[in-house]
Design a binder for this molecule. Sequence first.
Ligand code: ADP
Length: 190
Amino acid sequence: MTRLIFLGPPGAGKGTQAKILADNLAIPHISTGDILRSAMAAQTTLGQKAQSYYDKGDLVPDDLLHDLIGERLSQSDAQKGWILDGFPRKLSQASFLEELLQELSQQCDCALNLEVPDEVLIIRLLGRGRQDDNKDTIRRRLEVYRQETEPLIVFYGERSLLKTVNGDQSPEEVTESVKQAVDSCKPSCS
Ligand code: ADP
């Protein structure tokens, strides 16, 4: 049973690594970015509400994400473990998750923080060319990361759940470092 949170700035490689690990462990990879992008493409109510925040590189309001995560972690495939990628992204979301997991009698094993220097992130994001990967939005997303998401490193550090991984290596080397970090996490008993 593995339950993991991926932390790290935009462009750190969370999505790539979370997907590989989820496939290896046969557990769901829950990416709020992916969920929001499909909701926006399908123009669902969630997608329409999220669009303007997403386009600016701002965080989408908590209530939209909280409902979604609450439902997703209650689904049957999530009972055998999960990897969260892109959630939580701010302290209010981390507190929400902590309470939710208590209600669901689940425990997070580990928060993996993928570290990558800013100059490398910017090159990666500009090269990726997703719709929200233009210069202004990238600047805003990095700013939001520093202000809102980086404090989660302390939050999970205080709970002894934090593992830091060097994300400035080849994808294969990062995968190897992620595996080692996960192996060193204490598995939960449940
Ligand atoms: P990246 O990994 O490059 O940061 P994501 O695909 O995870 O990109 O997220 C892209 C955008 O989706 C964010 O800039 C934000 O607008 C929205 N988003 C994703 N997750 C969250 C979240 N937990 N809370 C609020 N907004 C979110």
